[in-house]
Design a binder for this molecule. Structure first.
Ligand SMILES: [Zn+2]
Length: 62
């Protein structure tokens, strides 16, 4: 989404974690899997939670 400015992007395996400022001006964190066909992603209030989710994610190929 173009209106979000991602920063501190880090990669954990196929999962990328980024911090951004949402439309309310609050800091938010997202984790998204970049593996083709996976589509897993999540939003978190804490950076640590996003990173934990990223490292715990296991792709389940179809
Ligand atoms: Zn995945």
């Amino acid at each position: 989404m173009a209106r979000y400015r991602f920063r501190d992007v880090r990669r954990f395996g196929p999962v990328q974690v980024a911090t951004y400022t949402d439309r309310h001006g609050r800091e938010a964190h997202t984790a998204a899997c970049t593996a083709p066909g996976c589509g897993w992603s999540g939003d978190y209030l804490d950076r640590a939670a996003a990173e934990l989710a990223a490292t715990a994610h296991r792709c389940s190929p179809r």
